[in-house]
Design a protein around this ligand. Sequence first.
Ligand SMILES: CC(C)(COP(=O)(O)OP(=O)(O)OC[C@H]1O[C@@H](n2cnc3c(N)ncnc32)[C@H](O)[C@@H]1OP(=O)(O)O)[C@@H](O)C(=O)NCCC(=O)NCCS
Length: 169
Amino acid sequence: MSISPDISIRHAELRDAVGLRDMHAHPDVYKGTMQLPFPPDDRWKPRLEALPHGSINLVADAKGVIVGHASLIANPKALRRKHAAGLGMAIHHQWQRQGIATEMLRLLIDAADNWLDFRRLELDVFADNLGAIRLYEKFGFELEGRHKAHSFRNGSYVDVLTMARLRNL
Ligand SMILES: CC(C)(COP(=O)(O)OP(=O)(O)OC[C@H]1O[C@@H](n2cnc3c(N)ncnc32)[C@H](O)[C@@H]1OP(=O)(O)O)[C@@H](O)C(=O)NCCC(=O)NCCS
């Protein structure tokens, strides 16, 4: 599936902080992440400013509206983990199931494999987030472990799975 021609995928900039806040403020988005309801205006600016060197932080921009966010977070200070990066992503509630996450993940993995030489991509995902797990499996992520009652979400404790994609180790 190709994504809408109205969407451009580009690096996140400080000016995207409000758009990221707005996108993550919807329950159908934050329920799959570690974000909270009612995010304040200043939720994203410090995160954008503190991005570790070597990370890639992409947004999907639909004519000025942020409709997707996907990051590879490097570990530049952990000298023995330079081969590893953490992955996170979310898509605007009105733009899900339109191939945006697939395209953003494809671009991140191309950068990881062919430009940054990250050989281990790792992520956490709620154990009942079957759509996200299916997406990650399509890109070669495998289950590594389960953290029981890892997080509190909408009134109950939920398990989190760790998954990773390894290349040429
Ligand atoms: C999970 C998420 C990132 C998927 O983004 P998306 O743009 O909707 O995904 P895509 O359209 O690229 O879908 C790719 C594949 O993932 C799987 N998938 C995605 N959402 C799914 C769903 N709700 N149910 C079942 N499968 C799903 C399917 O295999 C799909 O392929 P298909 O449409 O050909 O069947 C998005 O639903 C989201 O942002 N959810 C809220 C935040 C979140 O959970 N983030 C992940 C944190 S680990």
